[in-house]
Design a protein around this ligand. Structure first.
Ligand code: PXP
Length: 240
């Protein structure tokens, strides 16, 4: 199975919110991303609603026909949203409310009991769970022991090191993927993936089920157009 592309549309909402109206129209952009080949739509509704609002999450739920993935810090508000919407996947991220972007994974050892309960609760809603994580062996084994369906590798470190030495940059992810797969975890990846570094990542770790990509994809769309851009990211997911 080819790796799926979930388009993170947070930045579309950021642009819309800059003027307070409905331009660009987030719902239409999500519909069009699917039309252009996206396999999923991802949102991260933060408590301050600086990009995706709670209302957006409901509006998108009505139109997304592929996989709807909602990310967030698992507080009461997030769990309530997941319960009401029942998306295909909930991705748990450990960031505090006002952080600029999710740039670190869970400590699955320290927070094992809490995460285990949360995962059970979300799975009982019929929603697949994924948790954002880095590549240390103990964290991966910790993720397996708390019962999550998937992990999402935080790929910011890979992206930062890619141009200096891509083999070195991918090495910890390959090792972590092997441990995860042995422990029955399925794999997602995201953060700072782009048209330069995506194909190598996927070629080296073909078992990745889904990547979620927002910032670079939206920036590329300014030059290439959204339709071309989505198609190019899909193309980058094909292993030669
Ligand atoms: N995965 C998670 C958990 C994220 O928080 C983000 C950013 O919202 C992404 C993936 C996408 O990262 P980027 O916008 O750099 O493509």
């Amino acid at each position: 199975m080819a790796t799926k592309l979930s388009v993170n549309v947070n930045k579309i909402a950021t642009l819309r919110n800059a003027r307070g109206g409905n331009l660009p129209n987030l719902v239409q952009v999500a519909i069009d991303c699917e039309l252009f080949g996206a396999d999923g739509i991802t949102v991260h509704p933060r408590p301050d609603e600086r990009h995706i609002t709670t209302q957006d999450t409901f509006d998108l739920a009505k139109v997304v026909k592929t996989e709807y993935n909602i990310e967030g810090y698992p507080d009461e508000r997030f769990l309530d949203l997941i319960d009401k919407i029942r998306p295909a996947q909930a991705t748990l991220v450990p960031d505090p409310p006002n952080v600029l972007t999710s740039d670190a994974g869970w400590d699955t050892v320290k927070h094992a009991d809490w995460l285990k309960d949360l995962i059970k609760t979300i799975q009982s809603m019929g929603v697949r769970t994924s948790i954002f994580i880095e590549t240390d062996r103990a964290l991966i084994e910790g993720a397996a022991s708390i019962g999550t369906d998937r992990i999402e590798f935080y790929t910011g470190t890979y992206a930062a090191n890619f141009h200096a030495d891509k083999a070195k940059a991918i090495a910890p992810y390959k090792a972590a993927a092997e441990i995860a797969l042995k422990n029955g975890l399925a794999l997602n990846a995201g953060h700072d993936l782009n048209l330069d570094n995506l194909n190598y990542f996927i070629s080296e770790i073909p078992a990745i089920d889904e990547v979620s990509i927002g910032h670079a994809l939206v920036a590329d769309a300014l030059y290439l157009g959204l339709e071309n851009t989505v198609r190019m990211y899909k193309q980058a997911l094909i292993i030669q």
